[in-house]
Design a protein around this ligand. Structure first.
Ligand code: TYD
Length: 207
């Protein structure tokens, strides 16, 4: 049997790392084999692309160039990591995937959904997540949370409020359009409540 693909998405400071632990814990408790990967990144070469993309010193790049680099990294991760694992029956947890391109490049950078869909068709024509968990938090709350992080903001975290608001709305729109594969989690709740909501979605959609 093929493994399941679970993606974690959300804006800045939505608490993806906590969610990741909840998902891995849930799968482990059921004796399922799983692996965690992230995007952009997941393979040595894709991690190099990630470095370029997140480095504040990269400065502004053309939004289409940014989108192409996201998908270049994604192709490496899909071919080398995600598809082989799924084929072996291993569940894959992806810390961001194509929905992040719909949200950040389609919404945030205002490219719209079409170019993202075209590239998704080229890069992973036969692959779509079984469940996308969208951790939703108002932009100002998320920004307040990441203020205390070490190392200063990456190229995306330094973005303006309006950009991040478009990112949030694009995620919510994706979730509304595909309610069967998406679960929007209210990430303003306590960690305990967020964890419970995530487990409930996993029970409903994957068990
Ligand atoms: P991530 O490592 O999840 O950062 P954080 O946990 O701090 O949010 O993601 C890195 C950044 O890359 C994030 O700001 C969103 C951005 N990104 C895109 O713009 N498009 C994409 O397709 C992906 C996968 C990520």
């Amino acid at each position: 049997m093929k493994g399941k693909m679970i993606c974690l998405e959300g804006g800045e400071g939505a608490g993806k790392s906590t969610a990741l632990k909840v998902v891995t814990g849930w799968l482990e408790a059921r004796g399922r084999r799983s692996l965690v990967t992230r995007e952009p990144g997941g393979t040595p070469f894709a991690e190099k692309i990630r470095k370029l993309l997140l480095d504040p010193q990269t400065g502004e790049i053309d939004p289409v160039t940014e989108l192409l680099l996201m998908f270049a990294a994604r192709r490496e991760n899909v071919v080398d990591v995600i598809e082989p694992a799924l084929a072996e029956g291993i569940d894959v947890i992806c810390d961001r995937f194509t929905d992040a391109s719909y949200a950040y490049q389609g919404g945030g950078r205002e490219l719209g959904p079409e170019p993202v869909g075209v590239l998704a068709g080229l890069v992973h024509p036969d692959l779509q997540p079984d469940l996308v968990l969208v951790l939703d938090v108002p932009v100002d709350v998320g920004l307040e949370r990441i203020k205390t992080r070490r190392g200063g903001p990456d190229r995306f975290e330094g973005s303006r409020m309006a950009f991040l608001e478009r990112v949030r709305q694009a995620y919510l729109e994706r979730a509304r359009a595909h309610p069967d594969r998406y679960a929007v989690i209210d990430a303003t709740l306590t960690i305990k409540e967020v964890a419970a909501a995530i487990r409930q979605s996993l029970e409903e959609r994957l068990a």
